[in-house]
Design a protein around this ligand. Sequence first.
Ligand code: DON
Length: 550
Amino acid sequence: MSFRPFLALVLVLSLGAQPPRGLVVSQERLASEAGAQVLREGGSAVDAAVATAFALAVVHPAAGNLGGGGFLLSRTTRGQASFIDFREAAPASAHPRMWLKADGTYDKAKHHDSLASVGVPGTVSGLREAWKREGRLPWARLLKPAIHLARTGFVLTDNQAAGLAEQLPAFIRHAPTLAQFSRKGEPLRAGDRLVQLDLARTLRRLAKDWTDFYRGRTAALIVRDMTANGGPITAADLRGYRPVRREPLRGTYRGLELLAAPPPSSGGQVLIESLNLLESFDLKAAGPGSPMAVHLAAEALRRAFADRAQFLGDPAFNSGIPLAHLLSKAYAAELRATIRPDRASTSDPSRFTWEPDRPHTTHLSVLDREGNAVSLTYTLEESYGLKRIVPGAGFLLNNELGDFNAVPGLTDATGRIGTPPNLAWPAQRPLSSMCPVVLVKDGAVVMVSGSPGGRTIPATVLATVLNVVDFGLDARAAVDAPRIHHQWLPDRIQVEADLPAATRAALKAMGHTLKEVPKQGCAQVILVRNGHAEGAADTKRWSDSGVAVE
Ligand code: DON
């Protein structure tokens, strides 16, 4: 044997002899690194997810947050799956017509861009709840990297600086936000250091006592801001907030077991229902990005989104969500019969039956060396949420209540939904599309995925699953492939700019209307293949995404 092959063999054998290493995939390298360091110190997947999430609140303020909410799905190697709903809740004064003006017309600014659009934040309590059961390292250890990054600052990348500069006109409307995210009103530039001292102080308080957010100084700062500016969130709203442990939704797809987000997210319903519909089609033969594969995925999503509009909302306010039916293979067969292979269906806002003929949520995926997995998506709703820092507390408020239906009774072709399940009632949680997912095969986690993107989220996650399961792509290729989306209304397929021209032409010939977007979503995927874990962070529009290895 010559020297080189011999060296290669030694290398392969020695690599093979190494214990498996954990992975953290998130939208920012520094945050993933914070999580990976926790894994190196013997922390669990949940510990790493908590440390990454707190670090994202510092280095990715567009979506990483303390003032927002989200969902954390975890699965242990022993097969225990758990789901923590830390979605924001409407305050006690909420009511379904709260976004209408006195003359009954819809007030979009109030719904999406006012203190009335802020939900009671869930993130801190949700992360604490996860740590309580599945954390190994001390709570304060997990906040340490975030505190350090906030206190000493971090050097802005091109992306981070561009994101902040883009929002400067919005930040100017609120002095504390402008002060935190600019240099005296001038844009920060790549290479500048962003120091967030108020945020560091808040994080330090939370490291000592997480309840500070809900009943301590942090709560008092939130309430003071609300009171001074006519916002509805009270001390009682904050004290009353609780994360909810729920059963994950379960489905199967081509022999794989799926764990996904239950209501108040629609992510799991849309994903599992779409996969059920697609299961009997030979997508592999059609090929990735082919007209038939896109057509079928769009038709599946169209139907799942119509069911979402009709049935989905906070389960505490909707006792009759027919999930078992919607996720059954029998229902999928019924619905499948309404898909024509050669022709687009039409979406009609007045009915939900079928004739046979949209950076600013963020996702992180973690897999530790033992095979425990965490899939966490959390958000402020829009980029930088309400773009309002809580004065003195250094974190941004969400505008999540914009996810409630706008006008009761008004469901129209533009995609506005007015169906009853998702109206704003006190303490109700707005319907989400966030879709953290874990796939299991033969008892072991084989894939962790999730993405931001509002209503496009389930479609982005669906694409990653189909790319792996049907098309056999590796994690990198599964994240890079062109994506599509359909949400029932408006009746059109959203396509990424790199979907082949021939596929678009064929889809138009089938009767589909297409809307081109440059990019859709920002998926963070971990895939286990042949016993090896590989991670792919989405670089479609975010080139600093981070894969960190334990
Ligand atoms: O919960 C939801 O579905 C939305 N509030 C998520 C918002 C979002 O993904 C915006 N990002 N691109």
